[in-house]
Design a protein around this ligand. Structure first.
Ligand SMILES: [Zn+2]
Length: 310
């Protein structure tokens, strides 16, 4: 059990939700001051049991858990919020204003996810329940939330999704980047931009990267996965460069009327070569965000852009 816990600071622990039985794919971040506890991210509904085991293994009684802060409403980040409000009806769920209506009524969100995941929906994400309006707290850009042992400040960070916040822990200086800080596996010098449909906005994402880079965080905690310290400019550069490079690659192919399958193959070939050079296993990256999903996001984005520029 202890293997699913990674202590980050005195008061902060990463819980590895073992998504699909795999380590290092989805994290939830636990804060505890000995009396009360908060989480950044709930993970999906399918891993709520693992999440609550992790909370208790960290020495936190479930009655102490009061705040669930989600970076955005994609199912791998907040899908467990509804189930948790059933089990722990006193918890408050903190969410971006654009995401709030979809937690209360997840029907549109589920319809859109079903188009991508089909009959794998429930096995991947579990049963998604609505969050009662009374449990919800809407968070705006620059809002500060008091959490056990610290305060986190919200930063509106569109690009990956319009309903996205990153959170800076003003005590530790750790920045919880959700998906806007990319996907990076522990010990690997490679950041993959998760660019799923339908809300990818490359220009907005680049602006969000600048905004977060300027915070000079002491460490980055992407939900996928863990804590990165050291040369954070390198991390931001690697993310931004790949976001733009793959963007240009897909743009050219869309312009040349390449088929979706051809575009997928090109991006995969390109990325496989990069991983070969690094000599690492890319499979945890693929579970966190598949090529199918990220390429579909780029294609949709460029088709809209090129249509607009006609
Ligand atoms: Zn996401």
């Amino acid at each position: 059990m202890t293997s699913i816990l990674h202590r980050l600071t005195e008061q902060t622990t990463a819980i590895d939700l073992q998504f699909q039985g795999r380590p290092n794919v989805i994290a939830a971040y636990l804060f505890y001051d000995g009396e009360q506890a908060a989480l950044i991210e709930t993970g999906p509904a399918s891993t709520v049991d693992t999440l609550l085991e992790g909370v208790q293994a960290a020495g936190v009684p479930l009655e102490a858990l009061r705040q669930l802060i989600v970076t955005h409403i994609h199912l791998d980040h907040s899908g467990g919020a509804g189930v948790l409000t059933r089990q722990l009806p006193w918890v408050r769920v903190y969410v971006h204003p654009v995401g709030a209506p979809h937690l209360v009524d997840p029907s549109k969100l589920l319809a859109s996810a079903s188009r991508i995941y089909g009959d794998k929906m429930e096995s991947l994400w579990g049963k998604i329940l609505p969050v009662p309006q009374a449990n919800l707290i809407v968070v705006n850009d620059q809002d500060e939330i008091k959490i056990p042992g610290s305060t986190v400040r919200a930063f509106d960070t569109p690009g990956h999704a319009r309903h996205h916040h990153a959170y800076l822990d003003t005590n530790s200086g750790l920045l919880f980047t959700g998906d806007v800080g990319g996907v990076r596996m522990p010990g690997v010098s490679y950041v993959r931009p998760p660019t799923p449909p339908p809300e990818l906005d490359i220009e907005a994402w680049v602006a969000s990267i600048s905004k977060l880079r300027a915070l000079n965080a002491t460490g980055l905690c992407p939900t996928h996965f863990g804590l990165f310290r050291g040369n954070l400019h390198w991390h931001w550069n690697d993310l931004e460069n790949r976001l733009l490079d793959w963007g240009q690659l897909v743009r050219g192919l869309v312009k040349d009327n390449a088929s979706d399958d051809e575009i997928l193959e090109q991006v995969k070939t390109n990325a496989t070569a990069e991983f070969k050079k690094l000599d690492v296993d890319p499979s945890a990256y693929d579970v966190a965000v598949s090529y199918e999903s990220l390429v579909a996001g780029y294609i949709r984005y460029w088709k809209k852009q090129l249509e607009r520029d006609k």
